[in-house]
Design a protein. Structure first.
Length: 213
């Protein structure tokens, strides 16, 4: 992703790596994609090695060492466009950390899970409010440069809605199997239906999730 971000910067004009990093931070690219800043110079050199960038010259700024300026090549433009097409068209299944936590939440008492979900929901609602305010302050900015922020806001809102629904089930007691889940933690004895899932088979022969010991 850092390679794609670099190409998105130098496609505008030739830059040296320090300027590339400054531009990416100003654009908030580290919020849109995973960026490891310590790898920037290595990524730039690799892009040059593969013919996607070329040296355009050097520049010196005051007492700073001489810096190499890079420009995007025709091959780089094609790679940048092809990479973007792939990201837009092909779903990429990368399970988030929240999904991983949900998959093993049985190890925690349901009352504690409810507390944790409330904490997450509060944080989500604060972030959603901040994002809405930030977007409202972008009046006049072409939507082309805001769609990724709109998407992130929509995903946050959907997550908050789903989390709020799950929390309500736990609080009202309507979550299926809640009594057995409570019994497990309050007595130390794993109910038969949970044990069956832990052994690898669920209802109707479906594979179950492996519970922690």
């Amino acid at each position: 992703m850092l390679g794609l971000a670099v190409l998105s910067a130098v496609v505008v004009k030739p830059m040296h790596p320090y300027e590339i990093a400054s531009v990416l931070r100003e654009r908030g690219k580290d919020r849109d994609m995973e960026i490891k800043w310590g790898s920037l110079y290595t990524v730039v050199r690799n892009l040059e090695k593969h013919g996607f960038l070329a040296v355009a010259g050097t520049a010196r700024d005051g007492a700073h060492p001489e810096r190499t300026i890079y420009r995007i090549t025709d091959a780089g433009r094609r790679e940048y466009a092809d990479w973007t097409r792939e990201l837009l068209a092909e779903p990429d299944r990368e399970p988030p950390r929240f999904e991983a936590g949900l998959s093993v939440m049985g190890v925690i008492h349901p009352d504690e899970v409810a507390v944790l979900l409330r904490r997450r929901l509060d944080a989500l609602e604060r972030e959603i409010g901040d994002q809405r305010e930030a977007l409202a302050g972008c009046a006049g900015v072409p939507r082309l440069f805001l769609v990724e922020a709109e998407f992130d806001l929509a995903m946050r809102e959907a997550e908050a809605t789903w989390t709020r629904s799950l929390l309500e089930e736990l609080v009202t007691g309507s979550f299926p199997g809640l009594a057995a889940w409570r019994e497990w933690h309050e007595t130390g004895r794993m109910p038969a239906e949970i044990a069956a899932l832990a052994e690898g088979t669920g209802p109707a022969g479906r594979p179950g999730k492996e519970d922690p010991p």
